[in-house]
Write a protein that binds this ligand. Structure first.
Ligand code: ATP
Length: 246
């Protein structure tokens, strides 16, 4: 089966000297929550920039739903929903207005739009906020509106760049729950960039990014057994240790 996202030998540099990403390769399968785990400066946002075509890779290929982002960008980008790190809703429009406008941009007809928005607001427990201006919503609810917006066109792949930045602990947990349910209930493939270990669950896949390179990929139990660690935090420490260090 075609992976929802396949990245092969991706390389990128911002300029002379050094690289932001080198030889990055991994896949995100249908219905899987994949955590792109890395410390500050690991290259997570750079990778997100390549996946969304903000930057062009120096080397390698990105296939989204089997479509090559370089050669078939329209089809590739249509197969993906994105939640960027910085919120981008219009605060003075209502929740429904924000979603209606985005649905138009995604090419949904008026007849398709209303039921799709109703379904998504219900899905993310926002039905009673539909007529409120976004300005009145707390950070967690705003993020859920962004999730709904990213899913309007029913993409098989959802990518999120550190989406819990600025949220309090309950809202963070709530968002992580909602997105995991998208995988298990709806079969959406998710790539979730984070540096927070507690956002990763035992059944998730992990792509461990360190200084622009993938140090390990696999399920959580697999990473623990390979590194002989008891926790993901310890496994991260072991797998990112410079060679030759005890
Ligand atoms: N616009 C830029 N110009 C030059 N170098 C950059 C630029 N953006 C990022 N970098 C560098 O590229 C590397 C990867 O940065 P990136 O922002 O992708 O990491 P990150 O994992 O997203 O970190 P964070 O969690 O802090 O957002 C870092 O060394 C960073 O300094």
């Amino acid at each position: 089966m075609t992976a929802a996202l396949a990245v092969d030998q991706l390389g990128f540099s911002y300029g002379k000297g050094g690289f932001a990403l080198r030889g990055v390769a991994f896949a995100v399968e249908t219905g899987r929550f994949t955590a792109l785990l890395g410390a500050n400066g690991a290259g997570k946002s750079t990778l997100m920039g390549l996946l969304t075509r903000l930057f062009t890779p120096d080397t390698g290929a990105i296939l989204i739903g089997g479509h090559d982002l370089r050669h078939r960008p329209g089809a590739a980008l249509a197969a993906m929903g994105v939640v960027f790190q910085q919120p981008t809703l219009d605060l003075d429009l209502t929740v429904r207005q924000n979603l209606t406008y985005a649905a138009g941009l995604r090419g949904l007809s008026a007849r398709q739009t209303a039921p799709r928005i109703t379904e998504l607001l219900d899905r993310f427990a926002l039905s009673d906020r539909a007529g409120d201006k976004v300005r009145l919503l707390n950070g967690g609810h705003r993020r859920r509106v962004e999730l709904a917006r990213a899913l309007l066109h029913r993409p098989p792949l959802l990518i999120l760049d550190e989406p819990t930045v600025g949220l309090d602990a309950p809202s963070r947990c709530d968002l992580v729950d909602h997105v995991h349910r998208l995988c298990t209930d709806d079969g959406v493939a998710v790539l979730w960039a984070t540096h927070l270990f507690d956002e990763v669950r035992d059944g998730d896949d992990v792509v461990l990014l360190h200084r622009g390179q993938v140090r390990a990929t696999g399920g959580v139990p697999d990473l623990l057994s390979r590194s002989g660690a008891g926790t993901l935090r310890e496994a991260f420490g072991t797998l990112t240790r410079p060679e030759g260090t005890p």
